[in-house]
Design a protein around this ligand. Sequence first.
Ligand code: NAD
Length: 338
Amino acid sequence: MLRVGINGYGTIGKRVADAVRAQPDMEVAGVAKVSPDYVALGAAEAEYPLYAVDEDRTDGFHEAGIDLAGTVDDLVADSDIVVDATPSGIGAQNRPLYERHDTPALFQGGEDATIAEVSFNARANYDEATDADYVRVVSCNTTGLSRLVSPIHEDYGIEKVRTTLVRRGGDPDQTGRGPINDALPDPVSIPSHHGPDVQTVFPELDIDTIGLKVPTTMMHVHAVNITLEEAPDDVSEIRDRLRGEDRLLMIPDYAGIDGAGTLKDLALDAGRPRGDIWENCIWEESITIEGRDLYCMQAIHQESDVVPENIDAIRSVTGLLDGPESRALTNETLGIGL
Ligand code: NAD
């Protein structure tokens, strides 16, 4: 059993921990927390060994009745690999800790791409992370775009991608984020940073992105235009191709799903943990071909789409399975595509 430590137990970290626990070939060595808040209580209730990030703050945990297994240093020493899911920029500060213990680590998309040898997406470049010591699992938006671009790139060739990203203002627990009553160009500069981030996975891809931020916590929505090198005979060909991808969920017109709200409602009705949606959700009717231009709209659940990617990255780095085997096992254990 591969022992996986989780450093940074927030939106992404707690989901990755639960996903690791669902795998037959790995287990949670423990999770590291800064403070004894409700999330730490949840970790204790889930019986994850808890490690304190800051030695000077262990009293708070004891006062809250939370037992500690040690400090983050102990956790790294006891782990075969660490998933660092700390806030943007903290991962870079943590890298020397992993180096000191000679422990491989995954970082998240909020870190600069230079933090790791590889920027990872399970569908696009699984093999590149094999034997790497440090890997960055790209952000939610970059994951969503990489999954969509991969099969199209393989089958039709891509001349240029243009995407407008309508981004959620914050996650549900980020009570201080906004806007609360506006639609903001964000960033105002064009292209936004998302295009260059996709190029960390597809260095040759010509892609421009524009970003906006709106008052919702639910999901991002992408309006995508891809100029193909070679157009298909019929749009149904592209629909079938995308339908064949496990982590692309086609939303049929008859389902009456008109936005992120109904998607989240569906996920909760389906009994998915935390209402998570690990797949890209593509409105089937939006898939359109005009000459060599492909158009579509997709919703991306920012809190969860990178979770299966972290599981696959763990297997790639440690050599547990090859890409197709790992993706299939992750899909099966999490219930992806059901
Ligand atoms: P978060 O704030 O929800 O969770 C981070 C956790 O790390 C918190 O519990 C925080 O207390 C803890 N922490 C802070 N400093 C720490 C330290 N020094 N050591 C250990 N833990 C520490 O953040 P998140 O949304 O889970 O984001 C984590 C990473 O994942 C970021 O790089 C982010 O860009 C990326 N990401 C986030 C999303 C998203 O939408 N939330 C999506 C994809 C990728």
